[in-house]
Write a protein that binds this ligand. Structure first.
Ligand SMILES: [Cu+2]
Length: 383
Protein backbone atom coordinates (compact mmCIF):
# COMPACT_ATOMS: atom_id res chain seq x y z
CA UNK A 1 0.00 0.00 0.00
CA UNK A 2 2.74 2.42 0.97
CA UNK A 3 4.60 1.64 -2.24
CA UNK A 4 1.41 2.27 -4.23
CA UNK A 5 0.83 5.69 -2.61
CA UNK A 6 4.48 6.58 -3.18
CA UNK A 7 4.13 5.65 -6.86
CA UNK A 8 1.09 7.92 -7.21
CA UNK A 9 2.92 10.76 -5.48
CA UNK A 10 5.93 10.34 -7.77
CA UNK A 11 3.76 10.22 -10.89
CA UNK A 12 1.83 13.33 -9.77
CA UNK A 13 5.08 15.19 -9.21
CA UNK A 14 6.26 14.16 -12.66
CA UNK A 15 3.03 15.45 -14.22
CA UNK A 16 3.22 18.73 -12.36
CA UNK A 17 6.76 19.38 -13.46
CA UNK A 18 5.97 18.41 -17.06
CA UNK A 19 2.93 20.64 -17.32
CA UNK A 20 4.34 23.63 -15.49
CA UNK A 21 6.66 25.50 -17.81
CA UNK A 22 5.93 28.84 -16.13
CA UNK A 23 7.38 28.33 -12.69
CA UNK A 24 4.57 26.13 -11.47
CA UNK A 25 1.72 27.98 -13.17
CA UNK A 26 0.22 25.79 -15.88
CA UNK A 27 -2.29 28.51 -16.77
CA UNK A 28 0.50 30.61 -18.23
CA UNK A 29 2.31 33.77 -17.20
CA UNK A 30 0.50 35.02 -14.09
CA UNK A 31 -1.75 38.04 -14.49
CA UNK A 32 0.09 41.08 -13.06
CA UNK A 33 -1.46 42.96 -10.16
CA UNK A 34 -1.84 46.16 -12.23
CA UNK A 35 -3.99 44.28 -14.74
CA UNK A 36 -6.02 42.64 -11.97
CA UNK A 37 -6.68 46.02 -10.41
CA UNK A 38 -8.02 47.48 -13.67
CA UNK A 39 -10.11 44.37 -14.29
CA UNK A 40 -11.62 44.44 -10.78
CA UNK A 41 -12.49 48.13 -11.11
CA UNK A 42 -14.29 47.46 -14.40
CA UNK A 43 -16.20 44.50 -12.96
CA UNK A 44 -17.21 46.45 -9.86
CA UNK A 45 -18.38 49.44 -11.91
CA UNK A 46 -20.40 47.28 -14.30
CA UNK A 47 -22.07 45.37 -11.44
CA UNK A 48 -22.88 48.64 -9.69
CA UNK A 49 -24.50 49.98 -12.88
CA UNK A 50 -26.96 47.08 -13.19
CA UNK A 51 -30.59 47.66 -12.24
CA UNK A 52 -33.38 45.34 -11.21
CA UNK A 53 -34.85 45.01 -14.70
CA UNK A 54 -33.44 44.16 -18.11
CA UNK A 55 -29.75 43.35 -17.65
CA UNK A 56 -29.41 42.36 -13.99
CA UNK A 57 -26.86 40.66 -11.75
CA UNK A 58 -28.88 37.46 -12.29
CA UNK A 59 -29.18 37.62 -16.08
CA UNK A 60 -25.75 38.96 -17.04
CA UNK A 61 -23.73 36.53 -19.18
CA UNK A 62 -20.09 35.97 -18.29
CA UNK A 63 -17.42 35.64 -20.95
CA UNK A 64 -14.33 33.72 -19.86
CA UNK A 65 -10.87 32.91 -21.15
CA UNK A 66 -10.81 29.85 -23.43
CA UNK A 67 -8.00 28.57 -21.19
CA UNK A 68 -10.34 28.58 -18.18
CA UNK A 69 -13.15 26.57 -19.82
CA UNK A 70 -13.62 22.91 -19.01
CA UNK A 71 -13.27 20.36 -21.77
CA UNK A 72 -17.05 19.86 -22.04
CA UNK A 73 -17.65 23.56 -22.74
CA UNK A 74 -14.77 23.76 -25.21
CA UNK A 75 -16.05 20.71 -27.04
CA UNK A 76 -19.58 22.08 -27.12
CA UNK A 77 -18.40 25.43 -28.49
CA UNK A 78 -16.57 23.66 -31.34
CA UNK A 79 -19.67 21.55 -31.96
CA UNK A 80 -21.84 24.69 -32.20
CA UNK A 81 -19.42 26.38 -34.64
CA UNK A 82 -19.53 23.30 -36.85
CA UNK A 83 -23.31 23.27 -36.52
CA UNK A 84 -23.45 26.79 -38.03
CA UNK A 85 -21.12 25.54 -40.78
CA UNK A 86 -23.69 22.84 -41.57
CA UNK A 87 -26.66 25.23 -41.92
CA UNK A 88 -27.35 26.95 -45.24
CA UNK A 89 -26.48 30.62 -45.75
CA UNK A 90 -29.37 33.07 -45.53
CA UNK A 91 -27.78 36.23 -47.01
CA UNK A 92 -29.05 37.37 -50.40
CA UNK A 93 -27.36 35.08 -52.93
CA UNK A 94 -27.05 37.95 -55.42
CA UNK A 95 -24.88 39.83 -52.90
CA UNK A 96 -22.72 36.91 -51.78
CA UNK A 97 -22.89 34.13 -54.38
CA UNK A 98 -20.05 32.28 -52.60
CA UNK A 99 -21.73 32.11 -49.20
CA UNK A 100 -22.48 28.46 -48.47
CA UNK A 101 -23.31 28.33 -44.76
CA UNK A 102 -24.20 30.45 -41.74
CA UNK A 103 -20.53 31.11 -40.93
CA UNK A 104 -20.12 32.48 -44.46
CA UNK A 105 -23.02 34.89 -43.82
CA UNK A 106 -20.92 36.42 -41.06
CA UNK A 107 -17.79 36.46 -43.24
CA UNK A 108 -19.71 38.25 -46.00
CA UNK A 109 -21.11 40.91 -43.65
CA UNK A 110 -17.58 41.66 -42.37
CA UNK A 111 -16.01 41.52 -45.85
CA UNK A 112 -18.65 43.90 -47.23
CA UNK A 113 -18.05 46.52 -44.50
CA UNK A 114 -14.27 46.22 -44.14
CA UNK A 115 -13.32 49.64 -45.50
CA UNK A 116 -15.69 51.36 -43.04
CA UNK A 117 -15.05 49.32 -39.88
CA UNK A 118 -11.26 49.10 -39.65
CA UNK A 119 -8.86 51.91 -38.73
CA UNK A 120 -12.02 53.97 -38.25
CA UNK A 121 -14.43 55.29 -35.64
CA UNK A 122 -16.95 52.44 -35.90
CA UNK A 123 -14.29 49.71 -35.42
CA UNK A 124 -15.02 48.92 -31.77
CA UNK A 125 -18.85 49.27 -31.71
CA UNK A 126 -19.29 47.44 -35.02
CA UNK A 127 -17.23 44.45 -33.87
CA UNK A 128 -18.99 44.47 -30.46
CA UNK A 129 -22.36 43.96 -32.12
CA UNK A 130 -20.89 41.47 -34.58
CA UNK A 131 -19.39 39.22 -31.87
CA UNK A 132 -22.66 39.46 -29.92
CA UNK A 133 -24.59 38.36 -33.02
CA UNK A 134 -22.31 35.32 -33.37
CA UNK A 135 -22.88 34.51 -29.70
CA UNK A 136 -26.65 34.72 -30.31
CA UNK A 137 -26.42 32.54 -33.42
CA UNK A 138 -24.43 29.85 -31.58
CA UNK A 139 -27.01 29.84 -28.78
CA UNK A 140 -30.25 30.25 -30.71
CA UNK A 141 -29.48 28.24 -33.82
CA UNK A 142 -27.14 25.59 -32.44
CA UNK A 143 -28.05 25.11 -28.79
CA UNK A 144 -24.79 26.40 -27.28
CA UNK A 145 -25.43 27.45 -23.69
CA UNK A 146 -22.35 29.57 -23.06
CA UNK A 147 -20.77 32.80 -24.28
CA UNK A 148 -18.00 33.61 -26.73
CA UNK A 149 -14.80 33.05 -24.78
CA UNK A 150 -11.75 35.22 -25.28
CA UNK A 151 -8.22 34.32 -26.36
CA UNK A 152 -6.13 35.72 -23.52
CA UNK A 153 -2.90 35.98 -25.50
CA UNK A 154 -0.81 37.56 -22.74
CA UNK A 155 -0.92 34.41 -20.61
CA UNK A 156 1.04 32.51 -23.26
CA UNK A 157 2.69 35.34 -25.17
CA UNK A 158 6.15 33.72 -24.99
CA UNK A 159 4.92 30.27 -25.99
CA UNK A 160 1.50 30.75 -27.61
CA UNK A 161 1.00 27.10 -28.55
CA UNK A 162 0.76 26.30 -24.82
CA UNK A 163 -2.67 27.92 -24.85
CA UNK A 164 -5.59 25.51 -25.05
CA UNK A 165 -6.87 27.63 -27.97
CA UNK A 166 -4.51 25.68 -30.20
CA UNK A 167 -4.91 22.20 -28.78
CA UNK A 168 -6.42 19.21 -30.53
CA UNK A 169 -9.83 19.51 -28.92
CA UNK A 170 -10.05 23.24 -29.71
CA UNK A 171 -8.94 25.04 -32.88
CA UNK A 172 -5.82 23.05 -33.78
CA UNK A 173 -2.46 24.50 -34.69
CA UNK A 174 -0.40 25.99 -37.48
CA UNK A 175 -0.91 25.49 -41.19
CA UNK A 176 1.30 23.03 -43.00
CA UNK A 177 4.74 24.52 -43.83
CA UNK A 178 4.85 25.61 -47.45
CA UNK A 179 8.40 26.61 -48.52
CA UNK A 180 7.11 28.93 -51.23
CA UNK A 181 3.99 30.33 -49.64
CA UNK A 182 4.62 31.66 -46.16
CA UNK A 183 5.16 35.31 -47.13
CA UNK A 184 5.74 38.15 -46.79
CA UNK A 185 2.81 39.15 -48.99
CA UNK A 186 1.93 42.56 -50.43
CA UNK A 187 -1.83 43.04 -50.58
CA UNK A 188 -3.59 45.82 -52.49
CA UNK A 189 -6.64 46.89 -50.47
CA UNK A 190 -9.67 46.92 -52.80
CA UNK A 191 -12.39 49.57 -52.67
CA UNK A 192 -10.29 52.65 -51.89
CA UNK A 193 -9.93 55.75 -54.08
CA UNK A 194 -6.12 55.43 -53.96
CA UNK A 195 -3.80 52.46 -54.41
CA UNK A 196 -3.08 51.36 -50.85
CA UNK A 197 -0.87 48.34 -50.30
CA UNK A 198 -0.25 46.61 -47.01
CA UNK A 199 2.33 43.92 -46.21
CA UNK A 200 1.50 40.74 -44.34
CA UNK A 201 4.66 39.44 -42.65
CA UNK A 202 6.24 36.05 -43.24
CA UNK A 203 5.06 33.19 -41.03
CA UNK A 204 6.04 29.61 -40.27
CA UNK A 205 3.26 27.71 -42.07
CA UNK A 206 1.15 28.93 -44.94
CA UNK A 207 -0.80 25.78 -45.75
CA UNK A 208 -3.87 23.94 -44.53
CA UNK A 209 -4.58 23.38 -40.84
CA UNK A 210 -3.78 19.70 -40.34
CA UNK A 211 -4.82 18.90 -36.79
CA UNK A 212 -7.79 19.31 -34.48
CA UNK A 213 -11.47 19.72 -35.33
CA UNK A 214 -10.75 22.25 -38.10
CA UNK A 215 -8.26 20.16 -40.05
CA UNK A 216 -9.06 20.70 -43.73
CA UNK A 217 -12.09 22.79 -42.72
CA UNK A 218 -13.68 24.33 -45.84
CA UNK A 219 -13.96 28.09 -46.32
CA UNK A 220 -15.42 29.79 -49.38
CA UNK A 221 -15.29 33.61 -49.46
CA UNK A 222 -12.09 35.58 -50.12
CA UNK A 223 -9.16 35.78 -49.85
CA UNK A 224 -8.50 39.43 -50.62
CA UNK A 225 -6.43 39.32 -53.74
CA UNK A 226 -8.06 41.23 -56.52
CA UNK A 227 -9.40 38.82 -59.08
CA UNK A 228 -11.15 39.82 -62.28
CA UNK A 229 -14.84 40.16 -61.54
CA UNK A 230 -14.44 39.35 -57.83
CA UNK A 231 -13.11 42.49 -56.20
CA UNK A 232 -14.04 41.64 -52.59
CA UNK A 233 -14.01 37.84 -52.80
CA UNK A 234 -17.78 37.38 -52.70
CA UNK A 235 -17.68 34.53 -55.25
CA UNK A 236 -17.32 30.86 -54.37
CA UNK A 237 -13.69 29.86 -53.77
CA UNK A 238 -13.82 26.62 -51.77
CA UNK A 239 -10.52 25.74 -50.08
CA UNK A 240 -9.06 24.52 -46.79
CA UNK A 241 -8.59 26.84 -43.80
CA UNK A 242 -4.96 28.05 -43.72
CA UNK A 243 -2.69 29.46 -41.01
CA UNK A 244 0.80 30.90 -40.97
CA UNK A 245 1.85 31.48 -37.35
CA UNK A 246 4.17 34.44 -36.83
CA UNK A 247 5.62 33.93 -33.35
CA UNK A 248 7.34 37.33 -33.08
CA UNK A 249 3.93 39.04 -33.21
CA UNK A 250 3.11 37.24 -29.97
CA UNK A 251 6.46 37.22 -28.15
CA UNK A 252 7.19 40.89 -28.89
CA UNK A 253 3.76 42.45 -28.60
CA UNK A 254 0.96 40.37 -27.05
CA UNK A 255 2.43 40.75 -23.56
CA UNK A 256 1.00 41.72 -20.18
CA UNK A 257 3.14 44.89 -20.29
CA UNK A 258 1.43 45.99 -23.49
CA UNK A 259 -2.02 44.98 -22.24
CA UNK A 260 -1.49 47.22 -19.21
CA UNK A 261 -0.10 50.06 -21.36
CA UNK A 262 -3.24 49.90 -23.52
CA UNK A 263 -5.59 49.91 -20.53
CA UNK A 264 -3.78 52.83 -18.89
CA UNK A 265 -4.14 55.13 -21.90
CA UNK A 266 -5.89 58.31 -20.74
CA UNK A 267 -8.16 59.07 -23.70
CA UNK A 268 -9.99 57.26 -26.49
CA UNK A 269 -7.57 58.28 -29.25
CA UNK A 270 -4.45 57.01 -27.49
CA UNK A 271 -6.34 53.93 -26.29
CA UNK A 272 -7.57 53.11 -29.77
CA UNK A 273 -4.16 53.47 -31.44
CA UNK A 274 -2.39 51.43 -28.77
CA UNK A 275 -5.04 48.72 -28.99
CA UNK A 276 -4.79 48.68 -32.78
CA UNK A 277 -1.00 48.70 -33.12
CA UNK A 278 0.04 46.67 -30.09
CA UNK A 279 -2.80 44.16 -29.99
CA UNK A 280 -5.37 43.94 -32.77
CA UNK A 281 -3.04 43.83 -35.75
CA UNK A 282 -0.53 41.63 -33.89
CA UNK A 283 -3.21 39.08 -32.99
CA UNK A 284 -4.19 38.73 -36.63
CA UNK A 285 -0.52 38.65 -37.68
CA UNK A 286 0.10 35.78 -35.29
CA UNK A 287 -2.59 33.66 -37.00
CA UNK A 288 -1.61 34.52 -40.58
CA UNK A 289 -3.31 33.52 -43.86
CA UNK A 290 -7.12 33.33 -43.51
CA UNK A 291 -7.08 34.82 -40.01
CA UNK A 292 -4.92 37.73 -41.22
CA UNK A 293 -7.04 38.60 -44.24
CA UNK A 294 -8.35 42.12 -43.55
CA UNK A 295 -11.62 41.38 -45.36
CA UNK A 296 -12.38 37.71 -44.69
CA UNK A 297 -10.54 36.98 -41.42
CA UNK A 298 -13.75 35.61 -39.81
CA UNK A 299 -13.10 32.54 -41.99
CA UNK A 300 -10.81 31.37 -39.16
CA UNK A 301 -13.09 30.42 -36.24
CA UNK A 302 -10.45 31.80 -33.82
CA UNK A 303 -11.50 35.26 -35.10
CA UNK A 304 -14.39 35.38 -32.61
CA UNK A 305 -12.14 34.61 -29.62
CA UNK A 306 -9.61 37.17 -30.87
CA UNK A 307 -12.32 39.83 -31.13
CA UNK A 308 -13.86 38.85 -27.81
CA UNK A 309 -10.44 39.74 -26.34
CA UNK A 310 -10.32 43.06 -28.24
CA UNK A 311 -13.83 43.76 -26.95
CA UNK A 312 -12.72 42.81 -23.44
CA UNK A 313 -9.81 45.28 -23.47
CA UNK A 314 -12.21 48.01 -24.63
CA UNK A 315 -14.72 46.94 -21.95
CA UNK A 316 -12.10 47.15 -19.19
CA UNK A 317 -10.97 50.58 -20.46
CA UNK A 318 -14.57 51.84 -20.65
CA UNK A 319 -15.29 50.32 -17.26
CA UNK A 320 -12.76 52.52 -15.44
CA UNK A 321 -15.21 55.40 -15.92
CA UNK A 322 -18.47 54.29 -17.54
CA UNK A 323 -19.96 57.77 -17.61
CA UNK A 324 -17.04 59.42 -19.41
CA UNK A 325 -15.87 56.54 -21.58
CA UNK A 326 -18.82 54.44 -22.72
CA UNK A 327 -19.63 56.69 -25.69
CA UNK A 328 -16.14 58.06 -26.39
CA UNK A 329 -15.25 57.86 -30.09
CA UNK A 330 -12.24 58.68 -32.27
CA UNK A 331 -11.39 58.12 -35.92
CA UNK A 332 -12.75 58.60 -39.40
CA UNK A 333 -15.62 57.05 -41.30
CA UNK A 334 -13.35 54.95 -43.52
CA UNK A 335 -10.08 53.01 -43.38
CA UNK A 336 -7.39 55.62 -42.47
CA UNK A 337 -9.86 58.27 -43.66
CA UNK A 338 -9.22 57.30 -47.29
CA UNK A 339 -12.20 57.98 -49.58
CA UNK A 340 -13.91 54.91 -51.00
CA UNK A 341 -13.67 54.31 -54.74
CA UNK A 342 -17.46 54.42 -54.92
CA UNK A 343 -17.41 57.96 -53.45
CA UNK A 344 -13.96 59.43 -54.20
CA UNK A 345 -15.02 63.03 -53.61
CA UNK A 346 -16.86 62.56 -50.33
CA UNK A 347 -14.54 63.49 -47.47
CA UNK A 348 -14.58 60.66 -44.91
CA UNK A 349 -14.58 63.13 -42.02
CA UNK A 350 -14.73 62.26 -38.32
CA UNK A 351 -17.13 59.52 -37.30
CA UNK A 352 -19.81 60.38 -34.76
CA UNK A 353 -21.88 58.19 -32.48
CA UNK A 354 -24.97 59.12 -34.51
CA UNK A 355 -23.56 57.54 -37.70
CA UNK A 356 -25.35 54.48 -39.01
CA UNK A 357 -23.53 51.14 -39.39
CA UNK A 358 -24.41 48.13 -41.53
CA UNK A 359 -24.45 44.73 -39.81
CA UNK A 360 -26.21 42.80 -42.57
CA UNK A 361 -29.77 41.59 -43.14
CA UNK A 362 -30.93 45.22 -43.19
CA UNK A 363 -29.82 45.74 -39.55
CA UNK A 364 -28.51 49.32 -39.42
CA UNK A 365 -27.83 50.40 -35.83
CA UNK A 366 -26.25 53.73 -34.88
CA UNK A 367 -22.65 53.69 -33.65
CA UNK A 368 -23.84 54.56 -30.12
CA UNK A 369 -25.99 51.41 -30.04
CA UNK A 370 -22.83 49.33 -30.25
CA UNK A 371 -21.08 50.96 -27.29
CA UNK A 372 -22.66 49.81 -23.99
CA UNK A 373 -22.26 46.21 -22.83
CA UNK A 374 -25.37 45.99 -20.69
CA UNK A 375 -28.09 47.65 -22.74
CA UNK A 376 -29.36 47.71 -26.30
CA UNK A 377 -30.27 44.02 -26.02
CA UNK A 378 -26.79 42.98 -24.84
CA UNK A 379 -25.99 41.87 -21.32
CA UNK A 380 -22.53 40.46 -20.66
CA UNK A 381 -19.26 41.04 -18.87
CA UNK A 382 -15.77 39.57 -18.83
CA UNK A 383 -14.19 37.57 -16.04
CU1 LIG B 1 -12.73 43.11 -38.49
Amino acid sequence: MRGFILAIAVSLMAQVSLSAPYGGNSSGIPKPSEFKKLERQYQANIRASLGLHGCTKKTIRIRKSWDDLDIATRTDYVRAVKCLASKPAIVDKSLAPGAVNRLDDFVYIHDNQTNRIHISGPFLPWHRIYVWQMEEALRNECGYKGTIPYWDQARFSQDPLKSKVFDNSSFGGNGEYLPNDHGPYDILIPGLAINFTTTYPAGTGGGCVKDGPFANFQVSLGPTVQRAGDKFGFQSNPRCLKRNFNFEASTESLTWDNAIKILEEPDIASFYWSLENLWHVKSHQFLGKDGLDLFTSPNDPIFYLLHSQIDRLWAIWQGQDLEERTFAITGNRTFFGIPLDTAPNVPPSNATIEDVMDLGYGFRPKVKEGMPMTSGGRCYMYE
